[in-house]
Design a protein around this ligand. Structure first.
Ligand code: FES
Length: 118
């Protein structure tokens, strides 16, 4: 048996265009690190884990984007990932992708829904 759990991460207004924030959610006794990035009207969320080594992407809390705000940049070896789909366009994991997490905006809040097994 499973049920859906909803996590309200932040107000949409706290996430300006071409910015990102990190979050940790707790589910079933484990912690899941995420990043959420805004690209115009679209919101994307990914697991905060680089496909190269599994390292977290940020070296300073909430610092995920390159200087131009065009890509997510891994702090460890500089891999660059597209905002819209997490696809790596440069670096040691080129051709791989970040793990997407379904995200939506509900009542002006950024919301993650996950399925939790009982
Ligand atoms: S750990 Fe991310 S590019 Fe190496």
């Amino acid at each position: 048996m499973s049920r859906e759990t909803c996590f309200r991460l932040c107000p949409l207004t706290s996430l300006p265009d071409r910015s990102a924030r990190g979050f940790s959610i707790h589910r079933q006794g484990t912690e899941l690190d995420l990043l959420v990035v805004r690209e115009g009207p679209r919101i994307h969320a990914y697991v905060n884990s680089c496909p190269h080594t599994g390292a977290t992407l940020d070296w300073v809390p909430h610092q995920f984007l390159d200087a131009e705000g065009k890509h997510i940049q891994c702090a460890t070896h500089g891999a660059l990932f597209r905002l819209r789909d997490g696809y790596c366009v440069f670096g040691p994991c080129a051709g791989q992708s970040l793990t997407p997490v379904p995200v939506e905006v509900v009542d002006e809040d950024v919301v993650i829904r996950t399925v939790v097994k009982r």
